[in-house]
Design a protein around this ligand. Structure first.
Ligand SMILES: [Zn+2]
Length: 192
């Protein structure tokens, strides 16, 4: 092997090493850039195609939540992490993580006199990380059934809205409530 050939081999090996180093640096550099960016608003995509007669109430409840929060927004789209459908029984929510879960809007609560938009906004509140809070106050969205049927308020209280913003301050990774189903929000059973 001549010196010339060895030199060329060494040169080729050096270039290959630099190339590898460059490839390894690229992702690390991108990750650093991402970490330095300010936190973006999180969007929870939902699918309400099966919401039936509740469709307009979903639109109204989504608008209320979007006007109430800075760190999270709701939008119809795919892939949806929140699904909303209509059932004949009592409404309930099945959160499976922050910003994730299934909502079943139940006609039975409407027959009992509860407001559709309040019910819808309440169930969305569960997906946004709020538990039931049976204060009996109409000004609390999460008071659910404990407020009278005359209550038409579908807006979260300032405290509830602030809690949701805190829940999403660190993205979807924040610890969500461990409860996986809320099904006594608007039932005829007495709420404590
Ligand atoms: Zn509830």
């Amino acid at each position: 092997m001549s010196l010339g050939r060895i030199t060329r081999f060494a040169l080729a090996a050096t270039i290959a090493t630099i190339g590898l180093a460059g490839a390894q640096l690229a992702p690390a550099s991108a990750a650093t850039t991402q970490a330095e960016k300010p936190l973006a608003v999180r969007t929870v995509l939902y699918n309400a195609n099966a919401a039936g007669v509740w469709k307009d109430n979903v639109t109204a409840a989504v608008a209320i939540w979007n006007a109430s929060e800075k760190n999270v927004k709701l939008a119809a789209g795919s892939p949806a992490t929140m699904t909303i459908d209509a059932i004949d029984g009592w409404p309930y929510a099945e959160p499976s993580g922050l910003g994730r879960g299934r909502i079943h809007l139940g006609e039975q609560a409407v027959r009992d006199g509860f407001d559709r938009t309040r019910i819808t906004a309440h169930e969305i509140g569960h997906i946004l990380g709020l538990p039931d809070n049976r204060t009996g106050l109409c000004s609390d969205l999460m008071s659910g059934h404990s407020a009278p049927t005359s209550c038409l308020n579908a807006h979260p209280s300032p405290k509830e809205a602030a809690t949701v913003d805190r829940n999403f301050a660190n993205g979807f990774a924040a610890a969500a409530t461990k409860v996986t189903r809320y099904d006594e929000c608007f039932t005829e059973r007495a709420c404590v």
